[in-house]
Write a protein that binds this ligand. Structure first.
Ligand code: NAD
Length: 402
């Protein structure tokens, strides 16, 4: 099989099964460019571990840390290299590009590809930090995993998460992004076992296991912080998000944050949950109702000039809440709210004024579905200016150590 090929988007349901190496690299460079266009962030971490570092919020945080704070970064992710003439996954190409750019800028960057839920990955990460990161320790651990399944390392049982309401069926308007149609869907409530499984996969247990393992290995620096990402959103998405199975799992992050905070406090550090805004990522595109909400939200936020993507959110979190001489602005529940602009009343009023009127026929007029689709394709390196999509590209792109 030739490893140089023309790569086109191949969309299957809510995922694109191909990725463009040069498009992904251009996407990473754009995010780096955004961070470098703003002043450096003072007093950032010398060295950081990002778990879930290859796409979405984790990748953006890694970029903001390296190019905004000058941090050495270690990234953990689960991505596929190119095989049998098929392109690698987008996260693979993103990471290869990130490492190239980081090294060129003199920023240490190391990556580990494999299952973050496994004990072995935690051991490998601790070893990598000890041997390769400045001072053999990390000052920050970012937990940005989004996964549909997790094998419990203690029991060996594989758990699958579901995206369902709890207690009662939920009927809502929904956007089928495969068929570009607005429809009504009814989601059946989760069983108690499905709720427990979702908490097992997306709750805080693994975050705690990570910090305990790193602590036991002696690789957490004094003052080390840890942050995990969550989402709450507006009421219309609550039945399927905040009050659904995924919300139950996210509630568990707060429990874990308290335990990790107690652990890190001993060395003057802390742990907390940052509630981020809704953005288009491989994970959010799989959640029912959310793509329609995001299409309406983007329109409202772009009109107001308040629109942000992952990189703007990640940089703002580091610059205004965690470092640069600033303090976290916790809400009554103990969350840092990076979704403040999303939840501005006038933005939400605009979204919900349009919500009842959206149909398949007026979808592109009443919402920013064009923007949603463009953003979705960009996740896989498509539709990016300056990339020649008719030219064959090398599919096999190495990541050192992976
Ligand atoms: P994403 O799908 O873009 O990224 C997920 C990351 O997890 C990738 O790096 C992937 O490689 C990694 N990963 C998945 N399974 C893994 C495994 N078993 N082992 C190692 N790595 C694995 O997702 P995202 O949307 O950026 O989500 C990241 C976090 O941000 C999640 O906690 C999510 O709930 C939260 N969040 C997302 C949104 C949104 O709108 N997308 C909003 C607020 C908060």
């Amino acid at each position: 099989m030739p490893t140089k090929q023309v790569v086109r988007p191949r969309i299957r349901g809510y995922i694109c099964v191909s990725a463009h190496p040069e498009g992904c690299a251009a996407n990473v460079r754009e995010q780096i460019g955004f961070v470098k266009s703003l002043p450096p962030i003072a007093e950032g971490p010398k060295s950081a571990l990002v778990i879930g570092a290859s796409t979405g919020y984790g990748l953006a945080t890694r970029i903001a840390l390296a190019f905004g704070c000058g941090s050495a970064t270690a990234g953990v992710f689960y991505e596929k290299p190119s095989e049998n003439g098929r392109p690698a996954s987008a996260g693979w190409y993103n990471t290869a590009a990130f490492e190239r750019e980081a090294r060129a800028a003199g920023l240490p960057a190391f990556s580990l590809n494999g299952d973050a839920f496994a004990d072995d990955m935690k051991r490998r990460a601790a070893e990598l930090i000890k041997t390769s990161m400045p001072g053999g320790k990390v000052d920050l651990v970012v937990y940005s995993l989004a996964s549909p399944r997790r094998t419990d390392p203690k029991t060996g049982v594989a758990h699958r998460s579901v995206l369902k309401p709890i207690g009662a069926p939920y009927t809502s308007k929904n956007l089928d992004t495969d068929r570009n149609e607005v429809e009504e869907i009814t989601l059946q409530p989760a069983t108690p076992a499905e709720i427990a499984d979702t908490v097992k996969v997306m709750g805080g247990e693994d975050w705690e296991l990570w910090l305990n393992a790193l602590d036991a290995a002696g690789v957490l620096a004094d003052g080390c912080q840890s942050v995990a990402y969550s989402y709450l959103g507006p009421e219309v998405t609550w039945p399927v998000y905040k009050n659904g199975t995924i919300g139950r799992a996210k509630e568990d992050l707060l429990r874990a944050a308290n335990n990790i905070d107690a652990l890190l406090k001993c060395r003057l550090g802390r742990a907390f949950v940052s509630v981020n805004k809704a953005v288009v990522t491989q994970s959010s595109s799989a959640i029912p109702v959310v793509p329609l909400y995001i299409s309406l939200l983007f329109r409202a936020m772009k009109r107001r000039g308040t629109h942000e993507g992952c990189i703007q959110q990640a940089r703002r979190l580091l610059a205004t809440q965690m470092y640069g001489g600033n303090f976290c602005d916790f809400d009554a529940d103990g969350y840092v709210r990076m979704d403040d602009l999303e939840l501005q009343p006038e933005t939400q009023r605009e979204v919900f004024a349009a919500w009842p009127d959206v149909t398949t026929a007026n979808l592109r007029e009443l919402t920013d579905y064009d923007g949603y689709q463009a953003e979705f394709l960009r996740l896989f390196g498509f539709g990016i200016g300056g990339v020649d999509y008719d030219a064959p590209v090398e599919l096999e792109v190495p990541i050192e150590g992976c």
